[in-house]
Design a protein around this ligand. Structure first.
Ligand code: SME
Length: 219
């Protein structure tokens, strides 16, 4: 359930960033204050001697906290630019380091984007080994997510008809479509070296990230 809170920080009296719709806020002002503190400290990066790379340093958090950190960090970083190459590059890095902090053996985190007017996706910013450059929309896991506008959670890639094996070591995969005004812009793709690497928790946070990408990038 989503709710809208009009909320004001009792420390800095800011409210503008926190008229936000999120299921996190249903627990009320205490959680809102915690979220505000975390976002405020992320937004201060660069102003107090911290470095951009610090966003990728995650340790000792649960899976949900780690993925929320990725979402918050992406949002804070994207405040600096709307350039999609810059934002998707940093997003790939955030995801790579976040999953490795959880000891999930992710071997690819990255993006394919729609290739102009062509009915295909083309390789975009990523972390991991080199990958296929062109994927037809409708083919493979990425092309299926792009044509259906639906997230594909694949526990065993060998059981997905038409899976495109860029890396023969990949065992499972999740692909989230990035859709704006009903049109496909691209897909977010994560691969894992173990079976059942991704579940509905990954889907929830990665879909939130895809929504933020639509809002923060110019294409
Ligand atoms: N496995 C994907 C291809 C992209 S790579 O995993 C990076 C697919 O079936 O579409």
């Amino acid at each position: 359930m989503k709710m809208r809170h009009n909320w004001r920080c009792d420390k800095c009296h800011s409210s503008e960033r926190f008229k936000v719709e999120t299921s996190l806020f249903v627990n009320g002002a205490k959680d809102t204050q915690l979220l505000h503190n975390r976002r405020y400290s992320l937004n201060k990066m660069g102003e107090d001697g911290k470095h951009h790379a610090d966003y990728a340093n995650v340790t000792g958090l649960t899976k949900e906290e780690t993925l929320q950190h990725v979402v918050d960090s992406y949002e804070a970083l994207a405040a600096d630019t709307t350039n999609w190459v810059a934002n998707l590059s940093n997003c790939s890095s955030l995801l790579w380091h976040a999953y490795h902090s959880l000891n999930v053996p992710v071997n690819w985190t990255g993006f394919y984007v729609k290739n102009g007017d062509k009915n295909e996706l083309i390789l975009a910013p990523f972390q991991g080994k080199v990958a296929c450059q062109i994927i037809q929309i409708g083919k493979g896991v990425c092309g299926t997510a792009a044509s259906s506008h639906k997230t594909q959670v694949v526990p065993d890639v060998e059981k997905f008809p038409g899976h495109i094996a860029c890396d023969g070591e990949t065992k499972s995969e999740i692909v989230v479509p990035i859709v704006k005004d009903g049109k496909i812009l691209g897909v977010l793709d994560l691969d894992c070296l173990s079976l059942e690497g991704f579940d509905e928790i990954d889907q929830k946070y990665l879909e939130e990230l895809a929504d933020l990408i639509v809002k923060t990038c110019e294409w």
